[in-house]
Each structure stands twice: as C-alpha cells, then as structure tokens.
Design a protein around this ligand. Structure first.
Ligand code: GDP
Ligand code: MN
Length: 387
C-alpha cells in the first residue's frame, strides 16, 4: 500500500527527520488560508500516488495569496497519470541549494534492506539510475545491528556531502531505516533530501517523501491500513482484495481464472505464446471453492474488455469434480454472456470435464489447447463480421 507524500513525511518526522510543516487542503480557499498561516512563499503539491508529479505540473511555487489560490485551483483540476488530484499539500517553500536522493528498499537477492544514496537527487533520479548507476551508493543494512553511525557517515562521504552536514545526515539515514522497520515498509524514500538555506545557514530537510507499506504486515498497523486511499486501486482490485483473491488488471481481452500464482503466470505466458492477450492475472487461492470462483468470475466479467474466459485449474487436494461443480454453481449465479474455456486437470478429471461440458463450457485437455481455443474465440469476438 502506497502512502501519500504528506503521510510519509509525517511518519518520517516521528523518527527525527526534519520535514517542512505543511498543511493538506482540498480546495483553493483552504489553500489560501493555509498559505496565510504558513507564510509566503509556499509550494503547492499534488497529493497523488504516482511519482513524477513535478514534471507533470503537480508541484508549483506560489509567492502571493492570489497565486496560491490560482495554482491550487489549477493543480486540483489535474489528472496525473490517470489519478485525479483531490488534495494538495501546502508546504513552506524551501531555498534549495542542492538535492540528494536517499531511499531504503528491500533487496531480495541480498535479503537485506539496502540504503541507496546519491548526490544527484531530484526529479531525474530514474535517469541517474539508468545512465550513471555508479552515482548511486548502495549500502546493505544488517537487520540485527541496524545502521551504525560510521556506516551512515561512510555514505555521506561517498556522496560528497559537505562535512558540516554529516551529523544531520547520520540522524536522517538512521531515522529513515527506523521508519522503514517500524512501519513494515517495502520502500521509504526521500527525494529530494535537500540542502536548504535559511537564516544565513544551510541544513538538510526532507522535501518529498514516499513510502510503500507491505500489505502482508498491515494487520499489525491498523492506523496505517486506515490511510488507504481508495483511488490507489481500481474497483475490481478492491473487490478482489476483500475476497482474498490475487488480481492484477491487464490490457487484453482473455479473462483468466486460475488457482495458484505460478499456474496463473504460466497461463498468461501460454496465452501470449498463442498470440492472445490476457485481460488479467488472477489467482483464486484456497482450493477454488464455488463462492470464490463466483467472486472471481464477477470481477473478471465486470471488465468490458473481456471477450472470453479461460479457466486453468489444477485439482489436487480439492478434486476436479468439486471444482467443476463450483464453477457451474458460480455460473448459475453470475450468468456469464461470454464463452468460457476450461482446462482442469488432476484427481477425478474425467468427472469434472463431464460436469463442465454438460454446463456448456468448452473443455480442453491441456493448457495449450485451452489457450488456443480461447485465443480463437477472442479473435472471433473482436471481428464479428469477418465471417
Ligand atoms: P515529485 O516530482 O513527485 O518527485 O515531487 P517533489 O516533491 O520531489 O518535487 C519536485 C521538485 O520540485 C523537487 O525536486 C524540487 O526541485 C522542487 N521543489 C519541491 N519543493 C520545493 C521547494 O520548497 N522549493 C523549491 N524551490 N523547489 C521545490
Ligand atoms: Mn520527489
């Protein structure tokens, strides 16, 4: 689950990371009032769960109250990468001298949290990672020891941070690692961690914040779970999550209903192999019970792009005939209007196929055969006058 910038920065602040004292608002009048309270100039920042807001016109400086109102109005009317801007953060504007990148992510290969730091921070960090990866310093963090000060100082030296900022950097890096662990994050990122000038001196400040919380740990963070932004996921993804189904929407027209994540991935591959395009990844875990299958079918069929549904089910502990009855029961409930191809295999396959065939499903003996049939049906549906 992704957190908004203002939420991430609030969590960072709890771990001693200096952040601007901003105010989140939902309309231009409130933005004006917030700016009056904070003091001009301010930055008006779109709160949407995507990166690159700056480049999309979602981060703007405002020097007068009228400007704040106009800019807030404008940003609140934006849709950035498909997401409507519903809130803006009003932050006191910082006088930025340079921009550092500092992020903590899970490195699956190392099985460690890795701190990444670069003096080339700011809006083009992806470019830096792609073109000049050596400018990003990667430091694994021992899960038991945490981030010792000397290691944080090593990072500060490696990115060429002026010596006067080392103590601040050490506190911030430690705070970021703490915030990462305390909230079961899979990503915690400050970009930019800026050297800002104020009152004749310079200091470090986290001007942007991004956190992704591990969904599997949300049960122990009810306060974070409550922050979930409904805009983050589509209607279908939300329904799938509440039915405990793993679901990812894709661009194609062949709906996939599969039990097992590996089998679901293989199904997508095999559909593409035969020239088709899957409409989704779906893993209906837990033995493919009728209620689950019905929920999954409803989610798949709610997508108007879906021209055909392909079942790829392995009946192991749950026998094929039980699965088949579940599918038939689900179909009676959902009443699909598109053709359905089913490949089920495993214990009692013959009985399962018989049940499916009598319910007008097209059966197949192999995943390849099912995929070929599904691809042909999807093509026929896409060109109804070709015959
Ligand atoms: P992002 O584009 O979604 O990563 O949004 P950021 O919050 O990182 O803002 C993008 C860029 O806007 C930053 O890299 C800064 O260069 C600039 N910016 C953000 N806040 C301020 C500020 O307070 N003052 C100034 N001058 N620039 C800012
Ligand atoms: Mn940023």
């Amino acid at each position: 689950m992704r957190l908004h910038e203002y939420q991430s920065k609030q969590l960072f602040a709890r771990h001693g990371i200096p952040v601007p004292q901003g105010i989140v608002v939902e309309n231009a009048t409130a933005a004006r009032n917030a700016a009056r309270e904070i003091g001009l100039p301010v930055v008006v920042k779109a709160q949407v769960l995507v990166g690159g807001r700056g480049k999309a016109g979602g981060v703007k400086l405002a020097r007068t109250l009228d400007e704040v109102e106009a800019v807030a109005d404008q940003i609140l009317s934006l849709t950035i990468k498909g997401l409507p801007v519903r809130r803006v953060l009003i932050d006191p504007a910082a006088d930025i001298r340079s921009e550092i990148y500092l992020g903590a992510v899970v490195d699956r290969t190392l099985r460690r949290v890795v701190l990444m730091a670069s003096s080339a921070g700011g809006v083009d960090i992806e470019e830096v990672a792609a073109q000049t990866p050596w400018k990003i310093i990667r430091t694994p963090v021992d899960p038991f020891i945490g981030l010792p000060d000397y290691l944080a100082r090593d990072i500060a030296v490696a990115i060429g941070l002026p010596r006067e900022h080392w103590p601040e950097f050490v506190r911030i890096a430690r705070g970021l690692v703490e915030a990462f662990h305390a909230n079961d994050a899979s990503l915690a990122e400050i970009n930019p961690l800026a050297i800002v000038a104020s009152d004749g001196s310079t200091r470090l400040m986290a001007l942007d914040g991004k956190m992704v919380i591990d969904d599997n740990a949300l049960f122990r963070h009810p306060d974070l779970a409550a922050l979930r932004d409904p805009d983050e996921e589509s209607e279908a993804e939300r329904k799938a999550r509440s039915a405990d189904i793993s679901f990812v929407s894709l661009d194609g027209d062949i709906g996939c209903l599969v039990n097992g994540a590996g089998l679901a991935m293989a199904t997508l591959d095999i559909i593409q192999h035969f020239g088709g395009k899957p409409a989704n990844f779906l893993d209906v875990a837990g033995g493919a019970r009728a209620d689950k299958v019905a929920a999954a079918l409803r989610i798949i069929l709610a997508d108007p792009k879906v021209k055909v549904v392909m079942f790829n089910i392995f009946g192991g502990i749950t026998r094929c005939d039980e699965v088949a009855r579940g599918i038939v029961q689900a179909m009676e409930e959902v009443k699909p209007t598109v053709p359905m191809v089913a490949r089920i295999t495993g214990t009692n396959k013959e009985e399962g196929d018989r049940i499916l065939a009598s319910a007008n499903l097209i059966t197949a003996d192999s995943a390849a055969e099912a995929a070929q049939k599904a691809v042909a049906l999807a093509r026929a549906a896409a060109t109804p006058h070709a015959l």
